[in-house]
Ligand binder design. Structure first.
Ligand code: BDR
Ligand code: CA
Length: 353
C-alpha cells in the first residue's frame, strides 16, 4: 500500500515477462504510487498487452489503476512481436486470474498527457516497451518533458551488441522513429532550458541491463522472502514444468520466468534471465542505483545494416547538448536485494492479510 509521500509513477509497458516483473516491483514499492499503465504493442500485440496488464493488476489485488490501450502500429514500421522470447501470450507459462477490470476510454498517448497534467512536475515516467505512445503523447502535449519529474527508459544498447539485430535492441528496433523523436524532443527541451538536466531520460540499455541476471537461486530467495513453499527450478527440469508454489503471485512469476530461463538457455546464455525492465523500474524510483553519464544519443533510421542502433556521442563530435543520461554501471546484488525485499513481503501480504 502506498504511503502519503509516495511518488506518482506512470508505466508504459509491452508486457512481456520482464515488464510484468517491473510492474509487480512498482506495485510492491511503498515509495511509489502507480497512477497509470499504458499498454504498447511489442513483445505481444497491443490487445494481449492490455489483457496481461489488467490480469496482473488483479493478481496483485491492485486498486483501480487505469490501464489504457496504445497504438496498434509503430510510427513508420509494421508491428513485430516476440512470442519466441515471452511465450504465446507474453507471460511464459503463467496464467492470470479472471476479473472484470476495463480499459480506459482514452488511448495510451492521452493517458500519458492526463497523468502528467494530474501530477505536474511530480510524475515519474517509465517506458519498458517501444516508445510509440510516448512520442505520440509528446506530439499532443509539447510541454510533456517539463511536466515530468523524471523519465526512465529501457532501450538501446550502448557500445554493446544488440539483441534484435547485431546492433539494435528490441524496444528501439520495433519503433526507431518513435525513439529518435523522444530523444529529439527531450533534447530540444533541454537546449531551450524548458527542463533541468535531471529531467532528461535515464536510459537503461542492454549494456547495463544484461548485468541483471536472475537465476533459479535468486528466484528461490524471492519465494522464501514471500514465505511461499516452492521448489527451486533447475535446468534439468522438464520444459514447461509448472510451479507448485502456494502463493499465487510467486507461482505466476515462477511460471513466467521458467519460459524466460528456457529462452535465454536456448540463446546460449545459460539457465538465467535478464531483468531489463525491472532494472529500469528501479531506476525510475531511484536513479541513484545506477551510474550514468550524460551524453547525446541518436537513433540510426536509415542504415542498411544498422537501423535501430542507438549511438551515444561520448566525445561530443556532433556538438549537440546532452539529451540523455546513459546507464553505464550497476551493482546487480544491490538491485536483487532491493527487488526481493520489496516484492517478497508484498507477495506474502497478498495471502496473509
Ligand atoms: C526489452 O525487450 C523486451 O523483450 C523486454 O521486455 C525488454 O523491455 C529488452 O531488449
Ligand atoms: Ca519490455
Amino acid at each position: 500500500m502506498a504511503h502519503h509521500e509516495a511518488l506518482p509513477v506512470f508505466a508504459d509497458v509491452d508486457t512481456g515477462v520482464d515488464d510484468a516483473m517491473a510492474l509487480v516491483y512498482l506495485i510492491a514499492s511503498s515509495d511509489a504510487e502507480l497512477v497509470g499503465v499504458a499498454s504498447t504493442g511489442g513483445n505481444v500485440d497491443v490487445d494481449q498487452v492490455c489483457r496481461n496488464n489488467l490480469g496482473l493488476l488483479e493478481l496483485c489485488r491492485a486498486g483501480d489503476i487505469p490501464v489504457s490501450r496504445g497504438a496498434e502500429q509503430p510510427l513508420a514500421d509494421t508491428m513485430r512481436t516476440a512470442e519466441d522470447t515471452h511465450g504465446p501470450a507474453g507471460l511464459g507459462y503463467a496464467e492470470l486470474p479472471a476479473h472484470d477490470r476495463k480499459l480506459t476510454s482514452y488511448d495510451s498517448a492521452e493517458a500519458w498527457v492526463r497523468a502528467a497534467h494530474a501530477h505536474p512536475g511530480e510524475l515519474i515516467g517509465l517506458v519498458t516497451g517501444p516508445l510509440t505512445n510516448l512520442a505520440l503523447a509528446a506530439r499532443a502535449e509539447p510541454e510533456l518533458p517539463s511536466l515530468l519529474r523524471r523519465l526512465a527508459i529501457m532501450g538501446g544498447s550502448f557500445d554493446y551488441r544488440g539483441n534484435t539485430t547485431p546492433v539494435s535492441e528490441w524496444n528501439i528496433s520495433v519503433d526507431p522513429e518513435a525513439a529518435a523523436e523522444v530523444f529529439a524532443v527531450w533534447g530540444r527541451a533541454a537546449e531551450s532550458k524548458a527542463i533541468e538536466p535531471h529531467q532528461l531520460p535515464t536510459v537503461c540499455g542492454l549494456n547495463l541491463t544484461e548485468n541483471i541476471a536472475l537465476t533459479p537461486a535468486i528466484l528461490s530467495r524471492l519465494a522464501n522472502a514471500a514465505e511461499a513453499s516452492s521448489v527451486a527450478m533447475s535446468v534439468l527440469d522438464a520444459r514447461g514444468t509448472r510451479s507448485v508454489a502456494d502463493n499465487p503471485l510467486i507461482r505466476a512469476l515462477e511460471d513466467a520466468m521458467r519460459f524466460y530461463f528456457e529462452f535465454h538457455f536456448d540463446q546460449g546464455e545459460g539457465y538465467l534471465a535478464h531483468l531489463h525492465d525491472p532494472l529500469a523500474a528501479a531506476v525510475a524510483l531511484d536513479p541513484g542505483i545506477v551510474a550514468t553519464r550524460a551524453t547525446t544519443v541518436d537513433v540510426e533510421l536509415t542504415g542498411t545494416l544498422t537501423r535501430g542502433m542507438t549511438i551515444a556521442d561520448w566525445s561530443r563530435r556532433w556538438g549537440r547538448e546532452p539529451n540523455a543520461h546513459i546507464g553505464v554501471d550497476v551493482d546487480p546484488a544491490a538491485f536483487f536485494d532491493r527487488f526481493i525485499e520489496r516484492v517478497g513481503p508484498f507477495a506474502r501480504r497478498l495471502v496473509h492479510s
